[in-house]
Design a protein around this ligand. Structure first.
Ligand code: ADP
Ligand code: 5GP
Length: 428
């Protein structure tokens, strides 16, 4: 039988998937090469697990079996006439590690612009990934980089709460206010740990206060699209990685970013929907007093920070970046005002959000897609879960995407059914 994707590629140009782990590859390699296809290319031995056809392109996904590598992507492109070119695209976003075991993953084409990847036998937090092939982000990056681009995005359940961006001149008290908020509501907020090229202060810990990094390494990661924003501040490079914000949301917490006005402007222009707060000092004299009293900067650095403060305050107060301006005169009062604008001044319960129970995916599974739901049938369920051998991925409320997570995924197990889809039960 001719694999459906070769038919799709040569003739009708619709999308489809082929799963090489199901034994379909040899037929494809030996019998069904369309004109111009690189003969003798053995997808299976190269570890490619699936091919998904979208229009004139086939996306081969898989390869890389050792723990340290990532799942590979190659594109076979028939756009220019009959000749099919093999392209190694620029791969952006956080890339998945290869699946354990020989079965690899399954692929499902969604909306012609992204491919859902289901890693077999993976842990609940690592089993759902999206390979974006023609989303807005991918199209933008293709234009910027001038190469073929694909981007990975990890699937995450539920929604993330709006992050809070806090800006203000150095020494105004941002760090102090953030510490007070996090101390009072430890399970509610998480801090976005920025990268910086400045040297650590005496009490600062790498990975806690900042990721202290070399300029060349940070510039390389910026080029690789790993940063949500970055800016040169007081002579050093500072930046927020996409991952810094996502790990806070993964922990079910609301992310707080302490970044300068340039960074806030970049985040405002990005797809991240956040609340923007600017913290003002009561006067320049008081700001200088606080900076000196903190005792963490040299005289030269203090003067540089004070020089920059004036422009930052003007921008913070006049630009349309910020939703709120807070005056930090009396610390306790400012802390109360911050809580008020975040809706935390009443009887707020600070209990942790319970994370949904994970559903582990088996090695053997088959997949079907019905509207916005993907049904995963476990072929050899464990005896104790045998009555719950169907897993549903509800994709109807997806949000976000590369270079960050794709959120809003709903995953639940349902009872097996005997009379088709009418047998669906309530999510458990
Ligand atoms: P930032 O993070 O904005 O650079 P910090 O939080 O480090 O500023 O605060 C600078 C210094 O000012 C610290 O020593 C802090 O204890 C002090 N401070 C913060 N807020 C107040 C305030 N309202 N009144 C007096 N001192 C303050
Ligand atoms: P400090 O050196 O005092 O820790 O920070 C100096 C300035 O850098 C502060 O205004 C702080 O808000 C800003 N900053 C810290 N992290 C980031 C970041 O990731 N991005 C940007 N744009 N600014 C940052």
């Amino acid at each position: 039988m001719r694999p459906s994707w070769v038919l799709a590629m040569g003739k009708s140009r619709i999308g489809g998937n082929i799963d090489f782990s199901m034994g379909e590859a040899p037929a494809f390699i030996v019998d069904d090469l369309p004109t111009g296809f690189p003969s003798g290319f053995d997808f299976k031995s190269k570890g490619c697990t699936t091919a998904t056809v979208i229009g004139n392109k086939a996306y081969l996904i898989g390869g890389g079996h050792d723990e340290s590598s990532t799942v590979g992507v190659q594109i076979f492109d028939q756009t220019r006439g009959e000749l099919i070119c093999r392209v190694n695209p620029t791969v952006l976003g956080t890339q998945p590690k290869p699946c354990k075991g020989p079965k690899g993953h399954s692929a499902v084409l969604l909306n012609e612009n992204r491919i859902l990847i289901i890693k077999k036998g993976s842990t609940p937090d690592d089993c759902i990934w999206f390979l974006e092939v023609d989303t807005q982000y991918v199209r933008e990056q293709r234009k910027i980089l001038g190469t073929e681009v694909v981007a990975w995005s990890k699937g995450a359940r539920g929604d993330a709460e709006k992050p809070i961006v806090i800006s203000g001149p150095s020494g105004v008290g941002k760090g102090t206010l953030i510490s007070m908020l996090m101390k009072e509501f430890p399970s509610m907020f998480g801090f976005s740990v920025s990268h910086t090229t400045r040297a650590p202060r005496v009490m600062e810990k790498d990975g806690v206060h900042y990721h202290f990094t070399e300029r060349s390494a940070m510039e390389r990661e910026i080029k690789d699209g790993k940063f949500l924003e970055f800016a040169s501040v007081h002579g050093n490079l500072y930046g927020t990685s996409v991952e810094a914000v996502e790990v806070v949301a993964d922990a079910g917490k609301r992310c707080i970013l302490d970044i300068d006005v340039q960074g806030a402007r970049s985040v405002r222009a990005s797809s991240l929907d956040a609340i923007f707060i600017f913290v003002c000092p009561p006067s320049m004299e008081e700001l200088e007093k606080r900076l000196r009293a903190r005792g963490t900067e040299t005289e030269e650095q203090i003067l540089k920070r004070l020089r920059n403060a004036q422009a930052e305050i003007e921008q913070g107060q006049s630009s349309a970046i910020f939703d709120y301006i807070l005056y930090n005169d009396h610390l306790e009062e400012c802390h109360e005002n911050l809580k008020k604008l975040l809706g935390l001044d009443g009887n707020v319960t600070a209990s942790p959000k319970s994370s949904p129970k994970g559903v582990e995916l088996p090695m053997d599974l088959s997949i079907s897609k019905i509207d916005q739901k993907v049904i995963i049938k476990c072929e050899s369920p464990e005896p104790e879960t045998a009555s719950k051998n169907l897993i549903v991925l509800d994709l109807s409320s997806l949000k976000g995407g590369a270079p960050g997570r794709t959120r809003g995924l709903d995953v639940y197990a349902i009872d097996s059914f005997s009379d088709g889809l009418s047998g669906f039960n309530q999510p458990t």
